[in-house]
Design a protein around this ligand. Structure first.
Ligand SMILES: [Zn+2]
Ligand SMILES: [Zn+2]
Length: 564
């Protein structure tokens, strides 16, 4: 087994006793090891003048499954070029599997790894489409991956919730159903999208607020959120409920977002792409930042984490399970085309292209709100860096976003280009905070690893996977994070100076909570009466998962003690 010593780099490892120290890092057998100071290693790499971090982990990025594929098909113009959808690449070899806002699977893996990321999680896997999602992620090279399965708008869940009534008398059955679904789809967690609202849309409701009953099932988003959060807690699934709240993108939706946090009654949860959920309705345009209110709620609720879903200016395409809200936004599509779709009525899907503009009042304010959220939440372990790729912008914009957060002068320069009323009046102007390298390391690797229960990722302690990014330290943080000098995946060098040098297959993270098999009788009856799939063919076994994922390693994460 060959060993490697990365010598004399500045190691930023927020989970370590000394989170910022110039030291050597040893690697052997794909893992971080303690190499005795004098011992020779088979390979020595000089990392002096470099920042060494664990590989980046994107815990919310749409990279696998039906929505992203529909987005790729809808945005054909994006695939004629390697990056900017309206420019031709210098190198024609970049043409296959290209795309700026929805890159193909190969480009997705390469572009992430070239930036020092080594894992990415698909947040909105539809249960009926889980095989496709795993196959698509299996086609993404190098990156480890996993997915959250969507629940809370499927007919059986809503029916069970309705039957249990206000007292939730059948909660155990719902918990078993949640566990069965996670296991059958080989998911890493559960995402609820517009709780109950996607289903309500199918019954012709066009909005559903936190305490508004679903017309048919008479259940509220509050009950949906609380029941799912409780089920995951009791099942010991490490990643708590991943919540895409009610009223995405609606002016004044901060009230719904704060009510959603209330609905948890202290249960842990992760609120996703909160930039789209932190809008007030003050001011002349009845659209204002509510970042401070949301940040105060997150600061007061340490069991709640968020990712931001920062918007970035330029062309992108939004791909969401939230059919209700995407239908409402479709009138703003740019270019003017969109897709709405469904499978088995277990969730939803809407794909709408957007072009975010600096001179649009709304877009400029969205940009400001995202940055305010990053800078106003005090504890970086509660905030994850995302653009909700591709919804707020493509993941390739992360280095630019990092510089905005670390460099106030650069932020002011960008702010001055925005719609003048936003630039002149926003609270962001007076926020002096500049995030440190350690805080960026928390938001891009250590934090997401902890929130997902990945004990051997996101840090560089002995025994951790040797997923490592080595960046040449530069004052221009965008340039620094754009092109790491070297990237290692499980100890294998996979990128050097912005080029891919090896293409191993990534592994799949998933959890397998336990359940009472009696629930399968209920599921079988439901599938027979209402479904189109044979129930016996629904669940994905471990062998099949391995085949779906291109032979990548299976990386099951442990559930913590049930009943906590
Ligand atoms: Zn979402
Ligand atoms: Zn998303």
């Amino acid at each position: 087994m060959t060993s490697l010593r990365l010598r004399g780099g500045r190691v930023i490892d927020p989970a370590a006793a000394h989170p910022d120290a110039v030291r050597d890092l040893g690697v052997c057998g794909g893992r971080i090891v303690e190499l005795p100071a004098g011992a020779a290693a088979d390979q020595e790499i000089d990392a002096a003048g470099c920042i060494v971090m664990a590989g980046g982990i994107d815990m919310h990025t749409h990279i696998g499954g039906g929505k992203v594929n529909l987005a790729r098909m809808l945005m054909v113009e994006d695939h004629r070029t390697g990056g900017d959808p309206f420019a031709l690449p210098d190198n024609p070899l970049e043409l296959p599997s290209c795309g700026g806002c929805t890159p193909g699977t190969l480009a997705t893996g390469y572009r992430y790894v070239e930036m020092g990321y080594t894992a990415a999680f698909e947040p909105a896997m539809v249960a009926g489409n889980a095989r496709h999602a795993h196959m698509e992620m299996g086609d993404v090279p190098i990156l480890d991956h996993g997915a959250y399965v969507m629940l809370g708008n499927d007919e059986l869940f809503l029916q069970l919730l309705h039957e249990g009534g206000a007292k939730g008398t059948n909660f155990a059955a719902i918990r078993d159903y949640v566990a069965w679904t996670i296991r059958a789809t080989k998911a890493m967690g559960v995402k609820v999208v517009n709780p109950g609202g996607i289903s309500a849309f199918k019954f012709n409701q066009r909005k559903l607020d936190v305490d508004e009953p679903h017309l048919h099932w008479q259940v509220t988003p509050r009950a949906v959120v609380h029941t799912l959060a409780r089920a995951l807690r009791e099942l010991g699934v490490p990643h708590p409920l991943h919540i895409h709240g009610s009223n995405l993108g609606v002016a004044g939706n901060i009230a719904s977002t704060l009510e959603t946090i209330q609905a948890l009654e202290g249960l842990p949860a992760h609120l996703t792409h909160v930039q789209f959920h932190a809008y007030g309705n003050d001011g002349p345009k009845k659209f204002s930042s509510a970042a401070l209110q949301l940040a105060e709620a997150v600061n007061a609720n340490p069991q709640v984490s968020i990712d931001v879903g920062q918007i970035m200016f330029g062309q992108t395409v939004t791909a969401s399970g939230d059919t209700m809200r995407q239908h409402a936004q479709s009138a703003l599509a740019n270019p003017r085309k969109w897709v709405g779709a469904d499978i088995e009525l277990d969730a939803g899907c809407g794909v709408v292209p957007f072009r975010y503009r600096e001179q649009s009042y709304v877009n400029a304010l969205q940009w400001v709100i995202g940055l305010e959220l990053f800078l106003l939440v005090r504890n970086p372990w509660q905030v994850v860096l995302t653009t909700d790729h591709p919804n707020g912008g493509p993941f390739t914009s992360y280095p630019h976003l990092i510089r905005l957060l670390m460099d106030r002068a650069f932020r002011e320069e960008q702010l001055a280009k925005l719609h003048p009323e936003v630039a002149a009046n926003c609270a962001l102007r007076s926020i002096a905070r500049e995030l440190t390298l350690a805080e960026i390391a928390v938001m891009t690797r250590a934090g997401p690893a902890r929130l997902l229960g990945l004990t051997d990722r996101g840090h560089l302690g002995a025994g951790a996977a040797a997923d490592i990014a080595v960046y040449r330290e530069q004052w221009d943080r965008e340039a620094m994070f754009r092109t790491p000098e070297r990237v290692f995946k499980d100890g294998v060098e996979v990128a050097r100076g912005g080029g891919i040098v090896a293409v191993p297959t990534g592994g799949t993270h998933f959890v397998e909570p336990g359940y009472d098999p009696a629930i399968e009788n209920v599921l079988r009856r439901h599938a027979k009466a209402r479904g189109t799939l044979n129930f016996d063919h629904v669940a994905i076994g471990r062998d099949e998962l391995c085949a779906c994922c291109n032979g990548g390693r299976l990386l099951p994460a442990a559930c913590f003690g049930a009943g906590a």
